[in-house]
Write a protein that binds this ligand. Structure first.
Ligand code: NI
Length: 198
């Protein structure tokens, strides 16, 4: 089932997601619906707060992102990121590597807005999968960026918070308009911008 994606201006996007205590059929169904919703919107990542569920749950699928490669090690083993998608992360915690790089991102909750965001080049993620098993994921490249964007959502942090003040100033009228539309209950159809919308 396709879910509706919340836009900037909705308070749920600013709330910290709750720890998922029990990975049951409801969570598995929610993850399935989130994957369907993400694919339908041509997004490559979606976090539970974006569909109105304040939970530590996110889904990703970077398999169609060809121009921005990723590497991935799952539980110590090299894995082709193509075959590991879609990825479901429950209660994720990330350790950031030291080096950072700038890269373009969009967000399904911010129609038609992109920005240059500084992120760690490599990360280590500890999370649970849909079977409740602990997983350790070491990743670099675009997947590392995408996971950082999603884990921010789970903390109520949005990508505009990480833009330069000059970038935010130039977006301020767009953001105000979006916020007002959200408060009036108007909705854009979320559409991915290029292959970088999370
Ligand atoms: Ni986003």
């Amino acid at each position: 089932m396709r879910l509706s994606i919340l836009q900037y201006g909705d308070a749920i996007l600013r709330a910290k997601g709750k720890h998922v205590e029990k990975i049951d059929d409801r969570i598995r169904e929610l993850a399935r619906d989130m994957i369907e919703t993400m694919h339908a919107a041509s997004g490559v990542g979606l976090a539970a707060p974006q569909i109105g569920e304040s939970l530590q749950l996110t889904v990703l699928d970077v398999s169609q992102v060809e121009d921005r490669p990723s590497t991935m090690k799952l539980n110590g083993k090299d894995v082709d990121p193509q075959t590991a998608m879609p990825l479901v992360l429950i209660n994720p915690h990330i350790d950031l590597g030291g080096e950072t790089e700038m890269g373009t991102e969009g967000c399904l909750s911010f129609p038609e807005i992109t920005g240059e965001i500084d992120r760690a080049k490599s990360i280590i993620v500890h999370a649970q999968n849909l079977d409740g098993e602990p997983i350790e994921l070491e990743t670099t490249g675009f997947l590392a960026r995408a996971i950082q964007h999603e884990v921010d959502h789970l903390k109520g942090i949005l990508f505009i918070d990480r833009m330069s003040s000059a970038a935010k100033t130039s977006l301020s009228s767009k953001l105000k308009r979006l916020q007002k539309e959200t408060q009036r209950g108007e909705k854009h159809r979320p559409k991915a911008v290029a292959e970088t919308t999370l």
